[in-house]
Design a binder for this molecule. Structure first.
Ligand SMILES: Nc1ncnc2c1ncn2[C@@H]1O[C@H](COP(=O)(O)OP(=O)(O)OP(=O)(O)O)[C@@H](O)[C@H]1O
Ligand SMILES: [Mg+2]
Length: 255
């Protein structure tokens, strides 16, 4: 049973003092899925990713990657196994070039294990290949600080891709982007899932593109899983609608 799932989240519970940020969240993900994590501000989405990526351990609960327990491992140990994340707020090295920004993760333990024996030429080819995947190859020699916000989001994805992840956790890859800038980033995500076979978990508030992109959604509210299903099922789910309308928020049904 377990081998059927690349990721199993079991009763994940995280307490910060008096606040229960994730409350017994359970779901399973098959290899090759493009899964959305939905929920209003403060629902526990980033906290979920923080636990999956090892930023901090859950208070209780378990995380299995391909049937192996990874609960409580350190970020580098989890990245080394193939689960790589991006951050809600991009963190490029602005003074380094685009190519150098992608080279750095290649020098991580996982990166070295996978591509270290290619030599310098091979490393350069791999960096170029990754930048081609996100359509940033023409800008590879520019300082990252000169990129637009949309390009920085692609660079953030490229930095994760450089480690050849099996699972990529994308925390709001469309945040701060204008409507025109979202489509190319969404296309990059669609392709890395469809063509490169990377399992994708994505958190997003930009619901229109999110609903088009993901195949299945896990919805959280106040740290709890309130629904799970296809985008069509989720937009009609009364608990999800209430979670959004109750916050005076997004016109979920119109997206
Ligand atoms: N390190 C932390 N220490 C204390 N409280 C935290 C910590 N991280 C998150 N929280 C709290 O946990 C709750 C969930 O936060 P989280 O960042 O996971 O929400 P989110 O769903 O990602 O929201 P958003 O959509 O605004 O990014 C919030 O109340 C937040 O203030
Ligand atoms: Mg968040």
């Amino acid at each position: 049973m377990t081998q059927d799932y690349i990721l199993e989240v079991q009763d994940l519970y995280k307490r910060f003092g008096g606040l229960e940020a994730t409350r017994y969240v359970s779901f399973r993900v098959k290899a090759g899925e493009l899964l959305g994590i939905l929920g209003p501000n403060g629902a526990g989405k980033t906290t979920l990713f923080n636990q999956l990526s090892g930023a901090f351990p859950p208070t209780s609960g378990r995380i299995l990657f391909k049937g192996w327990e990874i609960t409580g491992l350190k970020p580098y140990q989890i990245a080394n196994r193939g689960i790589v994340r991006t951050f809600q707020i991009v963190r490029p090295f602005r003074e380094l070039t685009v190519a150098e920004n992608v080279t750095i993760p290649c020098l991580s333990h996982r990166g070295r294990g996978l591509i270290g024996n290619l030599g310098q030429g091979g490393l350069r080819r791999w960096v170029t290949e990754v930048l081609e995947m996100v359509e940033l190859a023409p800008k590879m020699h520019l300082a990252a600080g000169l990129l637009t916000h949309g390009e920085l989001k692609k660079l953030e994805v490229a930095r994760a891709l450089a480690m050849r992840p099996e699972i990529i956790l994308l925390d709001e890859p469309f945040a701060g982007l204008g409507y025109q800038e979202i489509a190319p980033v969404a296309e990059v995500i669609r392709r890395l899932n469809a063509e490169n076979g990377v399992t994708v978990l994505i958190i997003e508030h930009k619901l229109r593109e999110f609903m088009r992109l993901v195949k299945r959604i896990v919805a959280l509210n106040y740290g709890e899983k309130i629904a799970e299903g296809t985008p069509e099922e989720i937009v009609q789910n009364p608990l999800v609608v209430e979670a959004y309308l109750g916050k005076g928020g997004t016109a979920l049904a119109n997206s």
